[in-house]
Design a protein around this ligand. Structure first.
Ligand SMILES: NC(=O)c1ccc[n+]([C@@H]2O[C@H](COP(=O)([O-])OP(=O)(O)OC[C@H]3O[C@@H](n4cnc5c(N)ncnc54)[C@H](O)[C@@H]3O)[C@@H](O)[C@H]2O)c1
Length: 355
């Protein structure tokens, strides 16, 4: 592939949803990196700004208006920063925007790579780059986050609150199928993480489905209870290649993975619609970090690595590898002190990548 003008047909419409706090700061850097890689690899990107998030909600009362959702559906991908503000009560944006996007756009896989890179201080001193390179695949639309449940007898001694975990065969199968396919392209090792000894109904469905999908994809299937998996991530992360798990376990396990590989500032994620019936949404794992917003201290690495996942999903493998290599190269040379230093180092690295 040579450098040059965008090739007709290789042009993408990407929604930029910066959100709040450090979201705009880190996604601005990620956008610059995508533009640099696009110029290098010969494809075009048209950005569409999308002003959702806590600030927009406080200003207008809107969370996810129908017409904005329809505009998002017309894009090839969404690059999201982070949403949240101390003035907005918990749950409003999580349910009204983030979970709603997952449901509306059928983003049934949450992909969270967890990789210790050279130059990064992991939380466990004996972990070495290469020991820790795990793809975590979290089911993203069902389980305990499906929204089933409710409260009765509110405010009385008999107030009862229930949250129900929904697990459909089709929903589990499509998630595990994605994970098994991912494992087939890596080391061929898939680990189901669940709690089958206690959550016997859902656990049985997950286990049988995983066995079928692993066999179909010709990958080996291993199993770990979620509590044991936490221990193994610390003690022996090399035993994992691709992990597949349900919504709640994946939420928790992937944050542990992030903590063990350099912290929230480095961790990327993709909310994927592998069936490609609409755009997928890519976002760093961290939140809006109001404590450091506007100070120039935010690491844009998680956002840039999320943009790399986005390019990979769009089929721009070389550009994705460029962004990934740029982050690795910058880290190996010494973690930059602040957003601007990160941006300069990344752009210098990207323009130096031989095409
Ligand atoms: N997907 C999302 O948009 C998302 C995810 C998590 C939290 N939130 C929201 O973000 C707000 C703040 O939440 P929180 O404080 O619990 O989590 P947070 O991830 O925003 O911050 C946790 C800690 O990590 C630090 N940190 C986070 N990202 C960093 C980065 N890129 N570089 C350097 N340091 C970084 C912060 O300064 C803070 O000390 C809340 O409103 C919460 O609801 C949003």
């Amino acid at each position: 592939m040579t450098t040059g003008e965008p090739v007709p047909g290789r042009s993408y419409v990407i929604a930029h949803l910066p959100g709040d706090g450090i979201g705009p700061e880190v996604t601005e850097v990620a956008r610059g990196c995508v533009d640099a890689a696009a110029a290098r690899r010969g494809f075009g990107v048209q950005w569409r700004h999308c002003a959702l998030g806590a600030r927009h909600y406080l200003d207008t009362g809107e969370i996810l208006p129908g017409e904005v959702l329809e505009e998002l559906r017309k894009t090839d991908a969404v690059l999201l920063g982070a949403v949240g503000d101390p003035q907005v009560p918990p749950g409003v944006l999580e349910r009204g925007l983030l979970l709603a996007l997952r449901a509306e756009l059928d983003l049934y896989v949450n992909l969270r790579p967890s990789r210790l890179r050279a130059g990064v201080d992991g939380a466990v001193a004996r972990h070495r780059p290469g020991d820790f390179d795990i793809m975590m695949v979290r089911e993203n639309t069902e389980g305990l986050y499906a929204g089933a449940g409710g409260t009765v007898h509110r405010g009385t001694d008999f107030e009862t609150a229930t949250e129900e975990s929904l697990n459909t065969r089709a929903g589990v199968a499509r998630c595990v199928r994605y994970a098994a396919g991912l494992a087939a392209g890596r080391q061929g090792r898939l680990t189901l993480v669940h709690k089958t000894n206690v959550l016997t109904h859902a656990g049985d469905l997950w286990l049988r489905t995983s066995q079928e999908e692993a066999e179909a994809a010709a990958v080996t299937l291993d199993y770990a209870h979620v509590d044991a998996a936490c221990l193994y991530l610390v003690e022996d992360p090399g035993r994992f290649d691709v992990i597949v798990t349900d919504n709640l376990f994946g939420d928790i396990l992937s944050d542990l993975g992030a903590a063990l590989t350099g912290g929230l500032g480095l961790a990327p994620s993709g909310n994927l619609n592998p069936a490609r019936t609409g755009p997928s949404v890519f976002e760093p794992v961290h939140g809006s970090a109001p404590d450091i917003a506007g100070t120039g201290q935010a690491s844009p690495a998680g956002a840039v690595l999320s943009a790399a996942l986005m390019l990979d999903h769009l089929g721009e493998r070389e550009a994705a590898a460029d962004l990934d290599a740029a982050v690795s190269g910058v880290l190996a040379a010494g973690v930059p002190a602040g957003t601007r230093a990160w941006e300069n180092a990344l752009l210098a690295s990207l323009t130096a990548v031989p095409a």
